[in-house]
Design a protein around this ligand. Structure first.
Ligand code: NDP
Ligand code: 8X3
Length: 256
C-alpha cells in the first residue's frame, strides 16, 4: 500500500461535496493539500479546520477551471515544492438543468462543457507534465454513472461525463509507458450540492432525487478515491464504479 503521509494532493472543486470530503479523508491520512474551487472563503475555513484537526499543511486559492489562463497562471505560480503533485483529483464539475435537448439552455451547455471537459483538460495539461518529469503521480478523474449511461434530460451532462470517460482512457494509453497512474471514479447518486446546483437552488426538487433511498455520501466516494490512490505502484484501479445499494442503474432504483 502507498501511504499518503506527506503526499501532495491537488483537488479541484474542494469547496463542497465529494471534493470537500476528499480533502478531509486525505488530510486524515497525513497528505498535504492544494485546495481549489471558486468559493475560496470555504476553502480557507476547510484548510483551517484540517490544520486544527490533523495538523495538515495546505495551500488554497480560488480557481475557476473554465479559464485556461487562470489555471495555467495559478498552478505555475505554486512554489516549486508544491508542484511535486502526487495525486491530482479532477473533481470540479456540475450539471445544470434537465431540459430536453431541443429545449436546452445554451448557457448551461457551455458551462457544463467548459467545466467538466475543458476544465479537466486544462488542469491535466498543466499538472501531468510535472508528473511525467518526476516519473511519479496519479490522476484520478471523477466521472459518473452518467459517463456510461444516458437518461432523459441528462443529454449534455451525460455527454460531458462520457467525454471524461474517453479522456481517462486516452490518458491511460498515453501514460502507459510511464509510472503515472490514471483512474476513474464513477459514482451513482451522491447527496451533495450537486442536485441543488442542477435545479438552481431548489432544495425541495433536489431532495426528490434521493427520495425513498439511501444515497451515497461524499465521504463514501472520498474513501473510494483514497482506495485508488493507496494501491501499490504496480496496481492501477482503472475504473471504480460506486453506487448506492438501492441503485441498479441510472434509471433503476429501489425507492421505498
Ligand atoms: P457539488 O456541487 O457538491 O460540488 C461541486 C464542486 O465543483 C464544488 O466544489 C464547486 O465549487 C466545484 N466547481 C463547480 N464549477 C467549478 C468551476 N468552474 N471551477 C472550479 N470548481 C468548480 O457536487 P459533487 O461533489 O457531487 O460533484 C463533484 C463531482 O462529482 C462532479 O464532477 C460531478 O459531476 C461528479 N459526480 C457527482 C455525483 C452526484 O450524484 N453528486 C455522481 C457522479 C459524479 P465552487 O462552486 O466553489 O467553484
Ligand atoms: C451524477 C449522477 O445520475 O445524476 O453524475 O447523473 S446522475
Amino acid at each position: 500500500m502507498i501511504s499518503m503521509k506527506d503526499k501532495i494532493v491537488l483537488i479541484t472543486g474542494a469547496s463542497a461535496g465529494i471534493g470537500y470530503d476528499t480533502a478531509v479523508v486525505f488530510a486524515r491520512e497525513g497528505a498535504k493539500l492544494i485546495l481549489t474551487a471558486r468559493r475560496d472563503q470555504i476553502l480557507k475555513k476547510l484548510a483551517e479546520k484540517l490544520t486544527k484537526q490533523y495538523n495538515t499543511e495546505s495551500v488554497c486559492f480560488p480557481l475557476d477551471v473554465r479559464s485556461q489562463q487562470e489555471v495555467e497562471q495559478k498552478l505555475n505560480a505554486l512554489p516549486a515544492a508544491w508542484k511535486k503533485i502526487d495525486v491530482l483529483v479532477n473533481n470540479a464539475g456540475l450539471s445544470l438543468g434537465m431540459n430536453k435537448l431541443h429545449e436546452g439552455e445554451l448557457i448551461d451547455w457551455e458551462e457544463m462543457i467548459d467545466t467538466n471537459v475543458k476544465g479537466l483538460l486544462y488542469v491535466s495539461r498543466t499538472v501531468i507534465p510535472w508528473m511525467v518529469k518526476r516519473n511519479k503521480g496519479h490522476v484520478i478523474n471523477i466521472s459518473s454513472i452518467a459517463g456510461h449511461e444516458v437518461y432523459p434530460g441528462g443529454n449534455v451532462y451525460c455527454a460531458t461525463k462520457h467525454a471524461v470517460d474517453a479522456l481517462t482512457k486516452g490518458m491511460q494509453m498515453d501514460l502507459v509507458d510511464t509510472p503515472v497512474r490514471v483512474s476513474s471514479v464513477d459514482p451513482g447518486m451522491v447527496e451533495t450540492e450537486f442536485s441543488i446546483v442542477r435545479f438552481r437552488g431548489d432544495k425541495n426538487r433536489a431532495k426528490t432525487v434521493y427520495q425513498g433511498l439511501k444515497p451515497l455520501t461524499g465521504e463514501d466516494v472520498a474513501e473510494a478515491i483514497l482506495f485508488c490512490a493507496t494501491r501499490p505502484p504496480h496496481v492501477n484501479v482503472s475504473q471504480l464504479r460506486i453506487v448506492p445499494k438501492d441503485q441498479a442503474s441510472a434509471m433503476v432504483a429501489n425507492r421505498k
